[in-house]
Design a protein around this ligand. Structure first.
Ligand SMILES: Nc1ncnc2c1ncn2[C@@H]1O[C@H](COP(=O)(O)OP(=O)(O)O)[C@@H](O)[C@H]1O
Ligand SMILES: [Mg+2]
Length: 224
């Protein structure tokens, strides 16, 4: 296949079948450029989460090729998956925080794999928490925070090691409009600093006036 190196994500005829009856994605081909901010939309069950999961190897394609940052990940060896995940920060609708752990620990955990010393970890965690407006709650347990605050912790965790790619799977799905706007602003800012972002959402308000590319899935097919 041909590709140009400004494409950081490339799917070439990718299909995903979970079961015999269920074809979650059918022959998806697309390219995403370095630094792009792309919306991924479509009704519930159309394959948005599946597509994102393929990009960090939480699921494997049944057919087709996927390249992420120059690496063919369609058949990536399990031993190579941690390397891929360092390049890809993931944000989920339900936050997936360690609820009984502090805000600091939730964010610092992502840095452990990088082999930084304690001082470096503290600095990075404090910097990102200041950035998302949560430095004052650094010692709170995650469960003691509001939904909007929990999502900002989850964003801090996803981006603290400065991944070039950010995948957000309905990150505002559990938030009210004001909290949603805060999350959108953070995502815009991360994109302005160079991160490539795929933002999955079925909330049309988020992209109705956008100049950004909107990818639309329906029954596992890319229709736009
Ligand atoms: N782990 C799984 N096992 C079997 N079927 C699944 C699994 N995950 C998702 N599906 C099915 O794949 C289709 C796409 O789901 P999903 O990617 O979660 O869509 P979306 O995120 O757009 O709601 C749906 O029909 C869903 O039921
Ligand atoms: Mg989903």
């Amino acid at each position: 296949m041909t590709y140009i190196d400004t494409d950081i994500i490339i799917l070439d005829n990718v299909s995903k079948r979970y079961t015999v009856e269920n074809l979650a994605l059918y022959k998806i081909s697309l390219e995403i450029k370095k630094g792009e901010f792309v919306f991924l939309t479509g009704p519930s069950g159309s394959g948005k989460s599946t597509l994102l999961k393929l990009l960090f190897c939480a699921e494997r394609p049944t057919e087709g090729r996927i390249r992420v940052d120059g690496v063919d990940i369609s058949t990536l060896a399990p031993s190579q998956i941690p390397l891929l995940r360092r390049k890809v920060g993931v944000i989920f609708q339900d936050f997936k925080l360690l609820e009984q752990h502090t805000v600091f620990d939730n964010v610092a955990l992502s840095l452990e794999v990088l082999g930084l010393n304690r001082t470096q970890v503290e600095k990075r965690v404090r910097d990102i928490l200041s950035h998302v407006g949560l430095i004052g709650k650094i010692d709170r347990k995650a469960i003691q925070l509001s939904g909007g605050e929990q999502q900002r912790v989850a964003i801090a965790r996803a981006v603290v090691n400065r991944p070039p790619i950010i995948l957000a799977d309905e990150p505002t799905g559990n938030l009210d409009r004001a909290r949603t706007n805060e999350v959108m602003e953070l995502m815009e800012e991360l994109n302005a600093r160079g991160a490539t972002i795929i933002f999955a959402t079925h909330d049309e308000k988020l992209f109705e006036n956008t100049h950004r590319r909107v990818l639309k899935l329906k029954d596992g097919r890319l229709i736009k």
